[in-house]
Every structure is written in C-alpha cells, then in structure tokens.
Design a protein around this ligand. Structure first.
Ligand code: 5GP
Ligand code: ZN
Length: 123
C-alpha cells in the first residue's frame, strides 16, 4: 500500500491535533469553517486520498468507521443530521484524506422536522 503524503493536514491532525472524540483508528474534530450549527469531521487514521479508495479498509474497520460516525452524531446531541463525503475536486473535496462531514442542528429533530426548514446548507 502506498505511504501517505508527508504534508497531509489530516494525518497530522490525527497524530497531534485536538479532537472532540477519539476511538482506536478514528477521530472527530470540529470543522474550522462550519456550515451548520454542528459541523464535525470524522477522520480515519488510515490515509486514503478519498472515498474512492474505501476498499482499502478491512471490512470490520469500515463498519467501525460508520458506527463511529453515527455514535459521534448521537453524542453531539444530533437526532436528524446529514452525513456527507465529497469525492474529488469538482465535487468540493479540498483535503485529500478521506473524511465524513456530519452536519446538523440541535434545534431540528425528528419531532419538529415536519415543520422545519432544512437546517443544513447543502455543500
Ligand atoms: P472537503 O472540502 O475536503 O470535503 O472538507 C474539508 C473540510 O476541512 C472543510 O469543510 C474545511 O473547512 C475543513 N478544514 C480545512 N482545514 C482545516 C483545519 O485546519 N482544521 C479543521 N478543523 N478543519 C479544517
Ligand atoms: Zn492523510
């Protein structure tokens, strides 16, 4: 497997950054430029450039990563939320280390959703 680029921002955040949540192999951080009341990024320790390379994750690790996304959203107090992965530059990807956006609002949840506007800007 090719080694990650030396200058990968998310590799250094995983190594030495501050997280809101961490589990073996994954961290969650707050997006520096939030697009919603709550905007978290889930970053796997394993470097792959994008979602296209999801097959490089062992099946159990891929499942744990998805559970970590859901658990992080739940712990952040979100009920309804959006999970987004931008794949490739023209789809909005700017950091080429796979990451999952979790976007939501504490004031919008299942009971209110019938009346609420969409709480999260579409990226
Ligand atoms: P992408 O555009 O690749 O899907 O998402 C990259 C995200 O990383 C963007 O939403 C951007 O605001 C965020 N970001 C870029 N640099 C930093 C940083 O140094 N710290 C944090 N916490 N977020 C960052
Ligand atoms: Zn990386």
């Amino acid at each position: 497997m090719p080694s990650p680029p030396d200058d990968c921002l998310f590799c250094s955040i995983v190594r030495e950054g501050t997280y809101v949540r961490k589990e073996k192999g994954f961290v969650a951080i707050e997006d520096i430029n939030p697009k919603a009341d709550v905007h978290l990024l889930i970053i796997p320790e394993r470097h792959v450039d994008s979602f296209r390379e999801i097959g490089e994750f062992p099946a159990r690790e891929a499942k744990r990563m998805l559970e970590f996304v859901a658990d992080t959203a739940r712990e952040a107090g979100l009920i309804d939320y959006r999970v987004q992965v931008n794949v490739g530059r023209s789809a909005g990807q700017t950091i080429f280390h796979l990451h999952w956006h979790v976007l939501g609002s504490h004031t919008h949840h299942a009971d209110l959703s019938a009346h609420a506007e969409t709480a999260v800007e579409v990226l």
